[in-house]
Design a protein around this ligand. Structure first.
Ligand code: ACM
Length: 497
């Protein structure tokens, strides 16, 4: 049977079949049922209940699944035939909805599909009138790529914990699973480091344009990590080096080759700062910063930046990256770096992030040939800080304009010829914040392009099609209105009036 016409799930699932019948209606008596003893199941159930209570006003108790699953949303962890940890099946019948996965991640991803099968008003922050119908379908789904990221630049303009949590919420709805936080740059240092308090006290107190800036205490950072973890999103913290370090240089004179701390920088140029690579103080600093951040970060990754170190000669740059990789490993993490790091001899576990469509990708190709994994962030596709078109109020345009179709209509497997597709770990959307001052600005640039990138990362190539996608995007409009998302009403999308 064909799926119902109005099913508008993003990312498009691997397989969807209509099963006939009236479907399920969420009502005052609905319970969320978890097999006894499943702590992970209870965790996912509790998050789902909180999401659905806000708009339905129903009690939606989390209870133990037994023989009677009537009026239940059943969350089951059990083998699902090769769908992997993030894969799931979702069956909507007349008396129950059953989500099944091998692991908690997949169960959570399945509940996000269920959210999207409900009317958009389900995502409102206050009680709405139903009915809360879910169409009768059977979905079987799993991601194409393991790395489906979104990066947020909290250095050029600072975003507080609540604002980052909001971004995490928006990511979770579209099954993104990596939050890359760009924590440090010329204009600001945003993470507390015990041994180097001036980094935040001085270096955290400004931003582009000269505003107040801000920074995360270790507790703040842990709140973000834990909020992300609850949604099965891994935080990848970035300390950019050896360039993009103006705020650190301004905070500690000893990090400068001439021993003089420059003033804080509030402009938007890039590529003019560098750590003083041969100074012992620099290596004490890096070991402390990487060590403390690694200890706060449960995920396996630490991003070492490495982009646009334009003042550092190549041989020194290579030696620097090689030494930093060893420090990262000594603190128990794997390094990921921007594509420039491919100039160095990479450790087998290091990952390279492609971004600069203006320069040769040969180094990236060589890294892939050597066995290193790649994360793809081609600026002309997934730099969400690029303007949509010449009329966009916010954003930059050095990589051109990036309309919704540009963000959607490309294939990670064939982007870089000569790269074995096995080496591609996934995709990541970047949001640099030189021109973005508020979370409303962030949302305007991310929507609708972030869901487009999410589908590039999740859905099989065969399920992707721009014409279908633009209609599914249009159907998200009422949901985004319910969530008060400030989105760009791109002329490429047939929005409902
Ligand atoms: C970058 O956009 N400089 C990675």
């Amino acid at each position: 049977m064909q799926p119902p016409k109005d099913l508008s799930v993003i990312p498009e699932p691997v397989s969807v079949h209509g099963t006939g019948g009236p479907g399920f209606t969420l009502d005052r008596g609905t319970r969320i049922l978890v097999p006894p003893g499943s702590a992970a199941g209870i965790h996912v159930a509790t998050t789902l209940a909180a999401e659905l209570r806000r708009s339905t006003g129903f009690p939606l108790p989390v209870a133990s699944a037994g023989a009677d699953d009537r009026d239940g949303i059943v969350l089951r962890i059990t083998g699902t035939g090769g769908l992997g940890d993030e894969g799931y099946t979702l069956e909507v019948g007349d008396r129950a909805v059953v989500v099944t996965s091998k692991a908690a991640e997949g169960l959570f991803r399945g509940t996000q599909t269920l959210r999207q099968l409900l009317p958009g008003a389900i995502d409102a922050g206050s009680v709405q009138r139903g009915p809360w119908r879910v169409p009768a379908v059977r979905i079987s789904d799993h991601p194409r790529y393991a790395w489906r990221g979104a990066a947020l630049d909290v250095a050029r303009h600072f975003f507080g914990v609540d604002e980052v949590e909001r971004y995490i919420d928006l990511m979770a709805l579209y099954k993104l699973n990596v939050l890359h936080l760009h924590l440090t740059d010329d204009q600001g240092w945003r993470i507390a480091v015990d041994g180097w308090p001036n980094l935040t006290r001085h270096g955290g107190g400004s931003e582009v344009g000269g505003g107040r800036g801000g920074w995360y205490s270790k507790r703040d950072y842990q709140r973000i990590v834990s909020y992300a973890q609850d949604r099965y999103i891994t935080v990848v913290p970035e300390i950019d080096m050896p360039g993009h370090v103006g705020a650190a240089l301004s905070s500690y004179p000893e990090l400068n080759c001439d021993g003089q701390a420059p003033p804080l920088y509030t402009g938007t140029e890039v590529g003019f700062t560098s750590l003083c690579i041969d100074k012992p103080a620099t290596w004490r600093f890096l070991d402390d910063v990487i060590g403390e951040l690694a200890a706060l970060t449960p995920g396996p990754w630490l991003h070492i930046g490495g982009d646009e170190a334009n003042t550092v000669p190549d041989d020194r740059y290579r030696a620097f990256v090689e030494r930093v990789q060893r420090i990262v490993r000594a603190h128990g993490k794997r390094a990921i770096g921007w594509q420039e790091t491919a100039k160095a001899k990479l450790e087998p576990t290091s990952v390279v992030q492609y971004w600069d469509v203006r320069s040769s990708a040969d180094g990236v190709r060589a890294a892939a040939r050597a066995g290193n994994g790649l994360v793809l962030s081609p600026a002309s596709r997934v730099y969400l800080d690029m303007k949509y078109d010449s009329g966009t109020r916010l954003g930059l345009q050095w990589a051109g304009h990036v309309e919704v179709r540009d963000a959607y209509d490309w294939d990670p497997a064939t982007l870089l010829d000569g790269v074995d597709r096995q080496r591609v770990l996934g995709v990541e959307a970047q949001l640099w914040s030189e021109t973005l001052e508020t979370i409303d600005d962030v949302e305007f640039m991310a929507f609708p392009r972030l869901p487009a990138v999410a589908e590039v990362g999740w859905s099989p190539g065969s399920a992707r099609d721009w014409q279908g996608f633009r209609h599914r995007l249009a159907a998200q409009g009422p949901r985004w209105a319910a969530m008060s998302i400030n989105y760009h009403r791109s002329a490429q999308v047939p929005w409902p009036e």
